[in-house]
Design a protein around this ligand. Structure first.
Ligand SMILES: C[S@@+](CC[C@H](N)C(=O)[O-])C[C@H]1O[C@@H](n2cnc3c(N)ncnc32)[C@H](O)[C@@H]1O
Length: 303
């Protein structure tokens, strides 16, 4: 029997290791074939992708890949600026390209895998680079992979951040990467829940990133899966002044791939995120769904 490979780091790398050599993928990225045709190609490639270690459901998520990572982020920033959510749409693309290459080569993942996709990491960096937060909080920071991109922009501009996650093993990996990349001076690691941290902290935050997730078997429905966003948003609201940003992973309500698999994901999101979205509707000036691979929501506190 072949032993199961332990795969760590970005899930995207697994798919990319198979797709990079395929003409259909190259054509999709060059704008030469439509998303529907690319989706059909991915269905045909599913056995090879899964043999490389890609979880079956991520074959469907691959149908949402942007044609171009850079163009996706430029378009979303343009839209956010037009809607008045960002002061401008320009970010330091050269610095991000260097950072992404450095992370691909050297970022340590420990035993963890991540469902943060390249365009989502670039988008978070870009928003942080445009907004220049003074004080950021990441709730459910996991091993700090998504945060890392933004932290580079935040620290370069003299800002400070706290990464909150109750998993000590994840926090150890985050610490290693922060020390390795010279960012530790600008970042506090809080090995606790967001609720506990926020309950004991008087600080306010002008940049809040939500990516926590509870076990789907949690006895409290408010802490099951992404339902925890509602609870964490309630706890962080008193710490968010008017104009503070909220960026969340897994905001997926539009099926850009026209794939029935996403009917179930969207139904689950409606169920889990309903109370969170009600609060967002009351407390944020606007909230935009960016249709990245897993979906990113961005809004600004009203007032
Ligand atoms: C698994 S990660 C999300 C993964 C991320 N989307 C990615 O692919 O990189 C979710 C994290 O939320 C954390 N978490 C769960 N409940 C939390 C809470 N109440 N406050 C802060 N973090 C929490 C978990 O410990 C976990 O590290």
């Amino acid at each position: 029997m072949t032993p199961q490979r332990t795969i760590v780091g970005p899930i995207y790398e697994i798919a990319h290791s198979v797709l990079a050599e395929c003409a259909e993928f190259q054509q999709f990225q060059a704008g030469g074939i439509a998303r529907a045709e690319f989706a059909g190609f991915l269905d045909a490639m599913a056995p090879a992708l899964m043999a490389a270690g890609l979880p079956a459901e991520d074959v469907h998520f691959a149908k949402r890949y942007p044609v171009s990572e850079g163009a996706f982020v430029a378009d979303r920033l343009g839209e956010l600026a037009r809607r008045g959510l960002l002061p401008s749409a320009g970010y330091d693309t050269v610095r991000y390209d260097e950072l992404a290459a450095e992370m691909r080569a050297h970022h340590y993942h420990g035993r963890f895998r991540t469902y943060i996709y390249p365009e989502e990491a670039r988008l978070l960096f870009a928003i942080a680079d445009v907004v220049r937060p003074r004080s950021a909080i990441f709730l459910g920071s996991y091993y700090g992979y998504w945060a890392h991109a933004a932290l580079t922009a935040i620290a370069a501009d003299g800002g400070h951040a706290v990464l909150v996650d109750p998993d000590p093993r994840a926090q150890e990996v985050a610490r290693y990467n922060l020390e390795r990349s010279g960012l530790a001076h600008a970042v506090e690691l809080a090995t606790t829940t967001g609720e506990e941290y926020l309950g004991a902290s008087p600080r306010s935050f002008d940049f809040v990133v939500l990516d926590a997730e509870g076990p789907r078997t949690h006895p409290d429905p408010e802490q099951r899966g992404k339902a925890i966003y509602g609870r964490l948003f309630r706890h962080v609201l008193p710490h968010m002044p008017p104009g503070a940003y909220l960026v969340c992973h897994n905001i997926l309500f539009q099926d850009i791939a026209e794939c029935p698999y996403f009917d179930g994901i969207i139904a689950r999101n409606r169920g889990e995120l309903g109370p969170f979205l009600d609060l967002v509707g009351r407390e944020l000036r606007d909230f935009v769904e960016c249709t990245s691979t897993e979906g990113v929501g961005i809004g600004v506190r009203a007032g």
